[in-house]
Design a protein around this ligand. Structure first.
Ligand code: TR5
Length: 144
């Protein structure tokens, strides 16, 4: 299943470098992720919205004209939605509301999609909970 999963989760590519990346299975180890560096501003990102608890920035590999990631600044064990506990209810609500604020700022309130990939079978690749806000084109249903 691991190798089937890899081919489902990674876009077809011809470059050897990308093939090597595809071979690396991402696991939820609880270790810091690239998003911690984005929060710390050690790595540049295009920030769309920020408050004391939430950061929203453009996805580096957009799947739609608007593709923004909304993340908690303090992960607090929330590597994936599947690990949420009741204590995370408030931040989960804030993230969802921030997704709406992002959609409004981006001018896509007429139609947008919010996606959370949780765990390997959903192709999660960064283990710091994040909402994908996608829009600016006609979405298809059902998603793959
Ligand atoms: O696959 P999941 O749902 O975990 O989504 C992770 C998302 O993070 C993907 O859509 C990636 O394109 C995105 N991503 C990965 C990196 C990155 C990023 N978005 C903005 N900036 C990024 N940097 C600087 N580095 C990444 N590795």
């Amino acid at each position: 299943f691991q190798s089937r999963r890899r081919s489902f989760c990674v876009k077809a590519t011809s470059s050897e470098e990308d093939a090597a990346k595809a071979a690396a299975v991402v696991a939820d180890t609880g270790a810091p992720t690239i998003f911690d560096k984005i929060i710390a501003k050690e790595i540049p990102s295009t920030i769309v919205y920020e408050d004391e608890k939430v950061l929203a920035f453009r996805d580096i590999s957009p799947e739609a004209p608007v593709h923004v990631l909304v993340i908690p600044k303090f992960r607090d064990g929330l590597t994936q939605l599947g690990k949420a506990e009741e204590k995370h209810s408030e931040i989960l609500g804030r993230l969802l509301y921030a997704a709406k604020v992002v959609a409004e700022k981006e001018g896509i309130l007429d139609g947008f999609r919010v996606v959370i990939n949780s765990g390997p079978s959903a192709c999660q690749s960064v283990y710091h909970l994040h909402l994908h806000v996608l829009g600016g084109r006609q979405m298809k249903w059902p998603p793959g």
